[in-house]
Design a protein around this ligand. Structure first.
Ligand SMILES: NC(=O)C1=CN([C@@H]2O[C@H](COP(=O)(O)OP(=O)(O)OC[C@H]3O[C@@H](n4cnc5c(N)ncnc54)[C@H](O)[C@@H]3O)[C@@H](O)[C@H]2O)C=CC1
Ligand SMILES: O=C(O)CCC(=O)C(=O)O
Length: 386
């Protein structure tokens, strides 16, 4: 076929769809669509920025209604991983992956092995572990195909459950908020409205009950709610079950998002009756401008990617060989990182999100030019474990 005939074969609609895709990912280095009909795997891996090192981020599994929805999620999540890695001061860049499917029905060992092969094809540019809808055991299958798994069970030489340091980091963040608002770190008698009682949310609720706090809790799974209510009863504390969206209107000291993103938005901000927000969910604000609405309303917002960086601290640390004390020390330091964010926001009269972004962007900028585009051959230190 000659060139003119070939060009006439390119349909304008197909071309404009391609252009749209590049526009969508203009801030990102690379997006990989993974399709394996034999196992039913449909996944998207997004690499946002590798200035600080190879991309690192968990893999989320959800029954996304459309590919566009999955793409939107993975682009947003991977960008926030770049900031999270910078905030945590680890030598990794931002990436994330989503698997389109129902975690309750669609998981098979073969699907995760196929996924592992796609990760391996990136040759060290992307490391991954758990997120919403995935558990450590899924990655035991994936790691048969690739060395780029960070977040394996302890019996496989990994650091174990990442939700443990993530939940601890949320607790230390709440203490930093308490110090800023009330001049002390005591959470006894404070009231927390928790949305999402999964791997992280459940552990956060346990920490808070141990601290002597009282809870309002919600989840889409009734069993998750029942577990926390029962646990609170055993510890002589209160956990009141709240239905779905009612969690936004609960009168409490903290709102604690530990489920999906985008839940701080025009619809919910007006309902909030809390003094602070600190939770594990990624991308809590639908738009960054919602941080200003919270500031105007007098709600202290602890930026999500600083609060929930305990998991990333553990998985990045795992490549040096797991060490719980090292991870604990790094996780506790989230307290000081947040105090710095709060004081810079106050000093510059900007939102806490703007303050956190500035700190991270300065950190990334200072590495630009020193870390060229990541290549495993140039950065042999990432082969430590292997
Ligand atoms: N697992 C980790 O170490 C980290 C998790 N995160 C983020 O924290 C959040 C929670 O993660 P995991 O606990 O690992 O996930 P998970 O899948 O174990 O738990 C999520 C929980 O939220 C519930 N849920 C989902 N939609 C809900 C809704 N609309 N309202 C109320 N509950 C709802 C689910 O039923 C489930 O119990 C996610 O946004 C995740 O990206 C962030 C950093 C690290
Ligand atoms: O838990 C992990 O494997 C990586 C951490 C992550 O994806 C996150 O912090 O959102």
């Amino acid at each position: 076929m000659n060139k003119a005939a070939l060009l006439s074969e390119i349909k304008p609609s197909a071309f404009s769809r391609t252009t749209d895709l590049f526009e969508k990912m203009q801030e990102h280095e690379q997006v990989l669509f993974c399709n394996d009909p034999a196992t039913g795997l449909k996944a998207i891996i997004a690499i946002h920025d590798t200035t600080l090192g190879p991309a690192l981020g968990g893999t989320r599994m959800r029954p996304y209604a459309t590919v566009e929805e999955a793409l939107e999620d993975v682009l947003r999540l991977s960008k926030s991983m770049t900031y999270k890695c910078a905030a945590a001061d680890v030598d990794f860049g931002g990436g994330k992956a989503v698997i389109i499917g129902d975690p309750a029905k669609d998981k098979t060992p073969e699907l995760f092995r196929a996924y592992g092969q796609f990760i391996d094809s990136l040759n060290g540019r992307f490391y991954t572990g758990t997120d919403m809808g995935t558990v450590l055991d899924d990655f035991v299958h994936a790691c048969k195909e690739t060395y780029c798994i960070a977040g394996l069970p302890e019996e496989y030489g990994g650091g174990g459950e990442t939700s443990i340091p993530t939940a601890l980091g949320v607790l230390y963040s709440m203490k930093a908020v308490a110090r800023t608002l009330w001049g002390h770190e005591d959470l006894r008698g404070k009231r927390f409205a928790i949305q999402g009682l999964g791997k992280v949310g459940f552990k956060v609720s346990e920490h808070l009950l141990q601290e002597g706090a009282d809870l309002y809790v919600t989840d889409v799974e009734q069993t998750a709610i029942d577990q926390v209510v029962e646990r609170a009863g055993k510890l002589g504390r209160t956990a009141i079950a709240v239905k779905g969206e009612e969690i936004y209107g609960v009168e409490a000291d903290f709102f604690v998002p530990c489920a999906v993103g985008g839940i701080i938005n025009d619809h919910t901000i007006g309902q909030l009756k809390v003094q602070a927000i600190a939770g594990a969910a990624n991308n809590q604000l639908l738009h960054e401008s919602h941080a200003l609405d919270l500031k105007r309303k007098g709600i202290l917002y602890a930026p999500d990617y600083v609060v929930n960086s305990g998991g990333i601290m553990q998985v990045s640390d795992e490549l040096y060989g797991p060490n719980k004390d090292r991870v604990l020390a790094k996780t506790k330091a989230i307290y000081h990182s947040l105090l710095r964010v709060f004081s810079e926001a106050e000093e510059k009269n900007i939102t806490t999100v703007e303050a956190a972004n500035l700190i991270c962007e300065q950190r990334i900028q200072s590495r630009k030019g020193r870390n060229s585009f990541f290549s495993p051959r140039k950065r042999a230190k990432w082969q430590i474990r292997h």
